[in-house]
Design a protein around this ligand. Structure first.
Ligand code: MG
Length: 298
């Protein structure tokens, strides 16, 4: 089961490549709609999520309000962000090494997670174009990542409890303007241009259970495999990330955490291979729906 946001903003779900419009299914079945959009699902108690799942299952089995899923039918799973996306930098050893080589800096692995954030203006959905920002940057790079969505707020969360605070996961692209990132020392400008945070198409619920270590993350540019890793290759695993971020900072429902990118970003190649206008970038993660975006032509 994958939770999605229909283009009209209503909540939907995808099962076995069938997209179910919950509003339509509820009215055909004569049932109350458990929740109308992704934020109301996130803000609801577990019992409402259970009702929602049951309704989706019934609609799927009876083929009610079902169409074949295509990413054209959905938007960003979160229609907007309430807070900045928490991001982890250099969380795969081979990526840390490629960046160190290019930047001429130490290749030592970080002892603690490197944390930055992407502002709310970065969010775009599947198939939305990543803006070119001509005149602002000439070095746009991709970073395929696994994003987590928090489902239960908390502060000082222990590693043991971490997965109980996770609602689900999603594909994410931490698009980066390398020239700005380097020029301004702090990463904020290079990471926060409008539309530099494609997410989705789905939030796939985890129901409190950890993702398998062999969950595979890939990123392709125009069909060419550039990044390919399992989440077991993270330097700081997901419980460590959640425990670190929540130390003295309350994680709120709907917070998004981008967990870092493996080797194979454009900057790591020689010569560097930044995105060109019209390039197609596809991020996949085992168990959730793939995310495709193009860099705009103009
Ligand atoms: Mg990143």
């Amino acid at each position: 089961m994958h939770y999605v946001t229909l283009k009209q903003g209503r909540l939907g779900a995808v099962i076995n490549n069938h997209l179910i419009d919950i509003d339509a299914a509820s009215s055909i079945l004569g049932l109350a709609v458990p929740c109308f959009d992704m934020w109301s699902l996130l803000d609801s108690p577990q019992s409402i999520q259970d009702d929602f799942d049951a309704l989706v299952q019934t609609a799927y089995e009876q083929h009610i309000a079902c169409v074949s899923y295509t990413p054209e039918l959905v938007g960003s799973p979160l229609p907007h962000l309430r807070r900045n996306v928490f991001c982890i930098g250099k969380n795969y050893a081979d990526h840390a090494a490629e960046i160190a080589h290019k930047m001429g800096i130490s290749a030592d692995l970080p002892k603690y997670p490197i944390v930055f954030s992407k502002a709310t203006n970065t969010l775009i959905g599947p198939l939305e174009n990543i803006p070119l920002h001509a005149g602002v940057t000439r070095k746009i790079d991709y970073e395929g990542e696994l994003a987590l969505v928090i489902g239960k707020a908390g502060v000082n969360i222990s590693k043991q409890d971490a997965w109980r605070h996770v609602f689900g996961f999603s594909c994410y692209n931490d698009v980066s303007a390398r020239d700005l990132q380097k020029r301004h020392s702090q990463w904020h400008l290079g990471k926060c241009l409008d539309g530099f945070g494609p997410m989705g198409p789905a939030i796939t619920p985890t129901y409190g259970r950890p993702l398998s270590d062999d969950s595979r993350l890939t990123c392709r540019v125009n069909g060419e495999l550039r990044q390919d890793a399992t989440i077991a290759q993270m330097i700081f695993d997901i419980p460590t990330i959640i425990s670190t971020l929540s130390a003295g900072i309350t994680l709120e429902v709907g917070d998004v955490i981008a967990t870092g990118t493996p080797a194979g970003v454009g900057m790591g190649f020689n010569p560097m291979r930044f995105l060109e206008p019209g390039d197609k970038v596809e991020v996949t993660i085992t168990g959730t729906l793939p995310l495709t975006n193009h860099l705009a032509f103009t």
